[in-house]
Structures are given as C-alpha cells and as structure tokens.
Design a protein around this ligand. Structure first.
Ligand code: HEM
Length: 472
C-alpha cells in the first residue's frame, strides 16, 4: 500500500482582513483569498460597502439555488461584466426566456447519441497530441498546461467545425484566445461595483481588441458554415447540428449573429475547462505511480486510438475515476455566482433581493463534514458507498439543475479518453522543485505552471527520441 497523497492546496488567508487587503488578494487569486473556515462552515456571509454575499455549502441550500428554484437565483449581471465583450449575449450570460430558448436549441447537440459521432474527432485530436509530445518527450521537464490547452482547443475545433487546430483560422482563433486571457483579468472591477447601466465599463483596450478579433474570426467560420448548410455541403458536426436545430417552441433557430455568441462560449467554456482538468489529472498520476500503472494497463485496449470506438470508454474505469477525482480536487470552475431576486431565508439568515449567492465547488468538494479525508487523492473513493454518498451531496464540477453544463457528457468522454491515450504513450513523472500552486484564473490553473517529465513507454532510457510522424 503506497503512502497517502495530499496534492497542493492554496494557503488560506487569515480569518480577518481589511476590505482593501481582501480586494487585493481576490484580484490575485480567489482561492487563497478565502479563510480556512469555509472548508467546515455550512454557510458564510461577506459584507462589503458595495454588496453582501452568502457562500452556501449546505447541500440543501445548493439544491435549492440550482435545482428547486433556479429562476429565483439568476446569474448575476455583474459577473458577466468581464466576459461580455467576448461572449456578447451567449447562453453563459443570459437569463429568463432568452436563456431558455438558447438551451432548447443547444441541448440536442450534446445528447448521448451525438457523443458517439464526435468520438472519432476526439481520438484524432488525442493522436495528434501524442505525436506532438513524442517529439519533445525526452525526459526534459515541460509545462503541460499549454499542451493540454492545445489538445482541448483541437478537440473543440474538430468537433464543432470539423477543423484541426492546424487550420489557419482555428490556429489564429486559439492564439487570440490566449492573448485575450492574458489581457482579461479574472475579475473585472465592474463585478464588484453595482454600476448603473449607462456607466462606462472597465475593459482594457487590449481586452476589447482581442475580443473583437476573436469574434471576427468566429464570424467568418459561422458565415461560411451558414453558406455550406444552404448549399447542402456542410459536414455533420456540432456547428451544423446547432445551426439547423429550430427552437421546438417557436420553430426559429439561431441567426448567424446569435451563433457567433454561442460559438465563443463553446470555445471558451469547452477548452479552458477540459485543459485544466486534464493537466491536473496528469499531475495527480505523476504523484501516484500506482494509479498511473493501473490507467496505463487498462489503456492497452485503446491501441493508438485509430480503431477505438465509443464503447471502449466503458473499459477505462480507472481513468474515469482519476479524472473525477481531479475534478473534485481541482474543479475547473471553482465558484459560481447567482443573485437573489427576492428576500429569502437561508438557514437563520436573511438574504435580501440583490444579494449575491456564491456556490463553491472548490469548498464543497473539500468540505470536511461532507467527505472522508477530502484533501487526499484517492480515486478508489468513487467505488465506495461513502464516496458515492458524498458525491450525491457535494459534487458539482459541472453545476446541477437546468443550468448544468451542457458539455458535461462530452467532457466526461474527452477527459478519460485523452488521459488514457497520453498515459498509454508516456511514463509521467513530477519535477523536483516545481510543485504547482493552484490559483483561480479563468479556471483553476497553477500559478507557476504544471511541470512534468514525459518519457515514451516504448523507449528504454538512452534510446533516441522517435520522430513525431511514427505515431500516425
Ligand atoms: C471538464 C470540463 C468542463 C467543466 C468542469 C465545465 C463546468 C461548467 C460549469 C460549472 C458550468 C456552470 C457555470 C455557471 O452556472 O456559472 C458550465 C456551463 C457551461 N458549459 Fe461547461 N464545463 C466543461 C466542459 C464544457 C464543454 C466541453 C462545453 C462545450 C463544448 C461546455 C459548455 C458550457 C456552456 C455552454 C455552459 C453555459 C450553460 C448555461 O449557462 O446554461 N462546457 N460548465
């Protein structure tokens, strides 16, 4: 039995700090800006001169907000402040009737049957990633985060637009997204201040510029697809499916402008999150040779992914358990914010209309009253009755209720598949002196990168590195 593994956790802030200090910490990283008591409390209240917010860890409250009465807790407009130049009126930011209509059109594209059809594109992206890494995997330390972003972006482009990431427009869009993330701080100041609608927003010129460029590239792709659909020559992928699905209630589908907003969010929500989860999964396996070997042994069923069909996913049980555990310990979306529409009582506290309600997968997943040894990396917990019970009460990496992530099934196919393909090809080790420091940017990433050592499994030490083309 190997020693228990406690992967890195951010150091919490002291219990009491001034507002200015809190804002400064918050801007740097939301996770270390929180006090340790949130891993034990059922709820907590934060008061600032600008707003009040309530963080809810009590599973009954989480259920109430997400599942029982979601219409009473819409998405806060303030949270959208930072993302609006890029995402416009996308499903991620809207509420009410507009949001309902958008989900009616989007949901069918992600239903079970469609996943079978996107699976070969995921395998192709996985093979291309293995080939890229093979060219570099000589045991020299490498930061895996840019690589997982690359493969996750490739998956999105292949499944959405039938384009590999090497395509000129796909590559340019990916580059611009990376520049946008550097230009766009996680929390726009507007999210803190309840500003009137007419007040100019605090977007930097760079944020606006990168957002404009991304939207121009996506508009080109979407317009081209609209023409192909009209000509009857469109490939049968997610973009075509979404653009040809009418709203069952009104019979009207998305027009090209609306589709641009949705493509922007699919790309952002779909590649940043999966990239984060895959990078942490690989790191966790580097810490645990025992689980790494289990995943590798099981992954032999994949061959190199050329002949893999969707049914093979059912055999990747260890990989799935590791991926779920990575989503628990490092949920890519660490917190979600809603706004109370009317006065309500939460436990013994009065929540007023307009107060913020924060649901935190980060704290819920590591809550010491809801999980056994929550900071331990233990994928076997998913096979235990206690683990399943905890998951029912306190596991929401994809949120829950009607606003649940539409890409959850997609991500749970992509993640274990890519993890298995990579572990089948490489032995993965940690790099001494390079422990990652979890921090929330757009998603939960590491402040100093996730450094790993990769060596091909089919190569004995000292062999020359095989050329990238051999994997194809
Ligand atoms: C490991 C991967 C992923 C994780 C952990 C994840 C997590 C989440 C979470 C927690 C939300 C809810 C956010 C909130 O309500 O504030 C969400 C929403 C969303 N996700 Fe994902 N996601 C992942 C992958 C994907 C993929 C692959 C796609 C699409 C291809 C996608 C598309 C979306 C969209 C469109 C929304 C907005 C839904 C709405 O507000 O109605 N996600 N995701």
């Amino acid at each position: 039995m190997s020693a228990p593994i406690r992967p890195p956790k951010p150091v919490p802030r002291p219990d009491r700090v001034s507002l200015l200090h809190y804002l400064r910490l918050f801007r740097r990283d939301i996770l270390s800006a929180q006090p340790a008591r949130l891993y034990h409390a059922w709820m907590a209240e934060f008061r600032t001169p600008f707003f009040r917010s309530f963080l809810c860890n009590d599973p009954e409250l989480v259920n109430r907000v997400l599942k029982e009465s979601p219409a009473d807790f819409p998405k806060s407009d303030r949270l959208g402040e930072g993302l609006r130049p890029l995402l416009g009126n996308s499903v991620f930011l809207t509420n009410g009737a507009t949001w309902e209509r958008q989900r009616r059109i989007i949901n069918p594209a992600f239903e079970g049957g469609r996943l079978h059809e996107t699976f070969p594109a995921m395998c192709e992206a996985g093979r291309a990633c293995v080939a890229r890494l093979r060219a570099r995997a000589d045991g020299t330390p490498l930061d895996i985060e840019p690589e997982t972003s690359h493969v996750a972006a490739d998956v999105i482009f292949r499944t959405l637009f039938s384009l590999p990431i090497e395509d000129e427009t796909a590559a340019a869009t990916f580059r611009e997204f990376q520049a946008h993330q550097r230009a766009q701080p996680i929390l726009n100041l507007g999210a803190f201040l309840p500003l009137p609608r007419w007040f100019p927003r605090f977007h930097s010129r760079r944020t606006r510029k990168t957002a404009r460029r991304i939207r121009a590239l996506i508009s080109g792709l979407t317009a081209r697809r609209a023409a192909e659909i009209a000509a009857g020559t469109a490939p049968d992928d997610l973009a075509t499916k979404i653009m040809t699905t009418p709203d069952p209630d009104t019979g009207i589908g998305f027009d090209t402008a609306e589709m641009v907003d949705q493509v922007a969010i699919f790309f952002l929500a779909g590649h940043e999150t999966s990239a984060s989860a895959l990078a942490w999964s690989l790191y966790l396996l580097a810490l645990s040779p025992e689980w790494q070997e289990r995943v590798a042994a099981e992954a032999t069923v994949l061959d190199d992914g050329t002949r893999a069909d969707f049914a093979v996913l059912g055999q990747l049980r260890s990989s799935r358990a590791v991926f779920r555990e990575a989503l628990r310990l490092y949920p890519p979306v660490p917190m979600m914010v809603r706004e109370s529409r009317c006065p309500v009582k939460f436990r013994d506290r009065d929540v007023r209309a307009g107060d913020q309600v924060v649901l935190s997968p980060w704290h819920l997943h590591r809550h010491d009253r809801l999980w056994t040894d929550p900071d331990l990396f233990d994928p076997s917990r998913w096979d235990s009755a206690a683990g399943r019970e905890s998951a029912r009460a306190a596991y929401i990496p994809f949120s829950a209720g009607p606003r649940v992530c539409p890409g959850a099934g997609f991500a749970m196919a992509e993640g274990p598949l890519l993890l298995s393909m990579l572990v089948r090809a490489f032995r993965i080790g940690t790099v001494t002196g390079h422990d990652p420091v979890p921090a929330a940017h757009l998603t939960v990433r590491s402040a100093n990168g996730i450094w790993l050592q990769l060596t091909p499994r089919d190569q004995t030490p000292g062999d020359p590195v095989r050329p990238a083309t051999e994997e194809r």
